[in-house]
Design a protein around this ligand. Structure first.
Ligand code: MN
Ligand code: MN
Length: 480
């Protein structure tokens, strides 16, 4: 069947049915049919013995003493698996393979798009982050053998997408001692195919970026606004990503138990940077102007105080009542700046509110927008890409919840609908006429639990695939 050391084998429920049952069903999965060898019969027997039924997320590892493959990882696909089921199963299977140089995947491939999903899942599941161990794990570079048909263009999309997700995960996982505003700017400057301009603390002050400069002033590591441009032509897309490299809460300090995960608060900036790099590599006919406001939110002698008033890039003045609501302050400046170029579409992405997790949990992101078609387009792009993003409203009556007794706006609203009032806050900084959407990825950006499917613990790269897919749709609309 394969000379690979390891085989990841997709199993559908019919594969585990006994012969008498098979005769009464439609034909068993081709993956088994094509090969009826003794090794595979043993895998099936092992799965039956443990009560496996071929449901999604079932994983069973079977080892063989003197044969190849040495190990078979059987993964459940469920009945009639779609692309996301294939992607997840490929990722879970590859993740479960013990040290092996070559891993072959055998799964039903109805079309080239399924092949792409399997390749993408396998690559996403291969991700490791062990550069902070004194001894990195042995299973470094693996060769993956993907089932045919291997459409080169789709395979390239899978590779570029998975590498972009890996970059975003690396950036999120990096400790804040190494990843701070200037070092994130260095990562941007090193990217190929894009132009990068970095505004430093003086530029931010002189340019009227009161939100970014204000939030950043409490840290010994000064803030940056990173501007990444890709000139692909025609459609003009602006992206904004929240980049808080560590969110202590500032003087409105977070409780100690919440602090260790707060390096993840730049997941939006990581997603935007990775996506722009991928869009450039794929050569999409889209102009992208990306803005990454990057700060470290720290308490200190120069930090902003609850009750301070900041003047933002668009002239609005904001009363800071809670320095832990810093994300909207830096996004506001970046959204105002991105709006000045009057893009056709502006999308911001941010680990913005814990209310997102309350509302939708840790695997489903939210999208809010001032345009229903754009919001639906992002949900559709996410579905195609295999991400879960759910549409949320921006009810106009909530705007008054952000009224300040002192200034134009407060950065705090009552606790009800806190995800939506954060969106309403951002909306104040979008220039009229600009179609805008806001993605809140607070939960999905960082997996605090065990790995699942192709998703590791820690940084997940949430949003990267959706942004690339959204650009792919704009590229497709351009014609040639
Ligand atoms: Mn915060
Ligand atoms: Mn934050």
């Amino acid at each position: 069947v394969t000379d690979a050391e390891a085989l990841v084998l997709g199993i559908v429920p019919a594969d585990l049915a006994y012969p008498s049952e098979i005769s009464s069903r439609s034909s068993p999965s081709e993956s088994i049919n094509q090969r009826g060898n003794a090794q595979l019969e043993r895998v099936i027997a092992a799965m039956r013995a443990t009560g496996a039924t071929g449901r999604p997320d079932e994983v069973q590892v079977v080892a063989f003493a003197d044969e190849r493959p040495r190990v078979v990882v059987a993964v459940g696909l469920g009945d009639d698996p779609g692309r996301e089921e294939l992607r997840r199963a490929a990722g879970a299977g590859v993740r479960a393979v013990p040290a092996a140089e070559t891993v072959a995947l055998s799964m039903p491939v109805p079309d080239a798009g399924a092949m792409r999903a399997i390749a993408e899942g396998a690559l996403l599941g291969s991700y490791r982050f062990d550069r902070y161990r004194s001894r990195p794990s042995a299973d470094g570079a693996r060769r993956l053998i993907i089932p045919e048909p291997a459409d080169p263009e789709l395979l390239n999309q899978a590779i570029v997408t998975a590498e972009a997700v890996a970059l975003a995960r690396d950036l999120v996982n990096a400790p804040p001692s190494d990843l701070y505003p200037e070092t994130l700017a260095e990562v941007a400057r090193a990217m190929n195919g894009v132009d990068v301009e970095v505004l430093d603390e003086r530029d931010l002050h002189d340019g009227g970026y009161g939100g970014i400069a204000g939030v950043g002033q409490g840290s010994a590591r000064p803030p940056r606004l990173i501007h990444v441009s890709y000139q692909g032509g025609e459609q003009r897309l602006a992206l904004v990503g929240k980049g808080v490299t560590f969110d202590s809460g500032g003087l409105s300090l977070k409780p100690p138990g919440e602090l260790p995960d707060m390096k993840m608060d730049m997941g939006g900036a990581a997603a935007v940077l990775a996506a722009v790099g991928a869009i450039a590599r794929l050569g999409y006919r889209v102009d992208v102007e990306a803005w990454l406001p990057v700060v470290e939110n720290m308490p200190g002698g120069r930090a902003i105080r609850p009750s301070d008033v900041l003047t933002m890039r668009n002239g609005l003045r904001v009363e800071v009542r809670d320095t832990d609501n810093e994300g909207r302050l830096i996004l506001a400046d970046a959204i105002a700046r991105a709006s000045e170029d009057e893009p056709a579409i502006l999308i911001d992405i941010a680990t913005l509110t814990s209310a997102q997790i309350v509302a939708l949990g840790r695997r489903t992101a939210a999208v809010m927008a001032n345009d229903d078609t754009l919001r639906a387009g992002l949900v559709a792009a996410a579905t195609t890409a295999g991400e879960d993003i759910w549409p949320m409203p921006l009810p106009p009556y909530l705007r008054s919840e952000l009224d300040s007794r002192l200034a134009d706006l407060s950065n705090v609203a009552p606790p009800d609908a806190a995800m939506l009032t954060a969106g309403m806050f951002l909306r104040e900084f979008v220039r009229p006429g600009v179609r805008w959407a806001h993605l809140d990825i607070a939960g999905p950006a960082y997996n605090v639990g065990e790995p699942h499917g192709y998703t590791p613990h820690g940084g997940t790269g949430a949003g990267v695939r959706t942004l690339i897919q959204f650009a792919a749709r704009l590229h497709g609309e351009c014609g040639s």
